[in-house]
Write a protein that binds this ligand. Sequence first.
Ligand code: SAH
Ligand code: SF4
Length: 349
Amino acid sequence: MSNSSHPPLVYDLDFPGLTELLKDWGEPTFRARQIWQGLYKNFWNHPDEFSNLPKPLREKMATGLRFEAIEPSLKLDSSDGQTRKTLFRLEDGRQIEAVLMRYDRRRTLCISTQVGCAMGCTFCATGQMGFSRHLSSGEIVAQVLYYARLLHAEGQAVTNVVLMGMGEPFHNYDNTMQAIDRLNDAEGYNFGARRFTISTSGLVPAIRQFADEKRQVNLAVSLHATEDEKRVAMMPVNKRYNIEQLIDACREYVQKTGRRITFEWALIHEVNDTPEEARRLASLLKGLLCHVNAIPLNPTTGYDGQATSKERAFIFKEILEQHGIPCTIRMRRGIDIQAGCGQLASRAD
Ligand code: SAH
Ligand code: SF4
């Protein structure tokens, strides 16, 4: 990777890796710290910006490192101006997307972990695309830094990062965790682990591993159905890990970490939004420290289910809450810019 024809992507390096590289270049150790802070505190993304470094080192950085992991190829703002979606071109020409949502003081990013997704959920635009490849840790990091830089220029900062863009983060476990660790580094971006949320379609062994690692990162699990037959039809991953195994792993996670788990529920008219379904969900989750995040389906071209109406959504929520399960209805945002999962990249292909 680190030969001169294909120098490393700077965002793929952790601090010891960068230090090692600078040592190989015959540079003093404090240069690594300066570069690290330039990248993660000032959000510089080109060697020319490192005006605190001697010119020969900047030249060396330009040839010995890659800085352009992701190039914005399309930027779309929702009509209310609160949501910005960016389509990025990767170095191999593939495309991913990341979304910024402004809500009160929150500045939440929704970022991607893979190009496409192998899980094949029928209602999901990314699932409909199939899987192309994993993102490297640096390609995940670069999405956050892109928006951090954009907000920094407005005197603002990212407050939350959700890994709910394209891809299944637990299918790309190591790169995802490395990206979080890099952004978490106290000497760099210093973004608190509790401000990340990882969302998974239910890869049980990875949930168990995650529980054992006792990270402070929030966990969301995409459930969407209470019966295996229905869930298999929506989410093929349920063939491998059924609902019982999934909920067992979730209970173990809560036991081990003491952390509340979020269940994601895309409300689909007459498919999983009925009062009976709400009651089944309440009994499935009974006694589990959790919260349900329900969101009316974002329609996609490859799936003919309809979004639940507001009225039905609120009845669903009420039933859950009557049974002691807290529930939030998230209204769809940025619908006019295809801000739903995978929708823009699949259209641009
Ligand atoms: N692969 C992970 C994270 C990315 S998807 C996962 O599945 O959890 C992020 C969330 O968007 C998941 O809860 C997913 O089920 C949901 N989602 C996907 N397509 C959707 C759609 N068309 N409408 C509403 N939610 C959708
Ligand atoms: Fe993949 Fe998540 Fe979409 Fe399912 S919902 S296909 S796991 S991105």
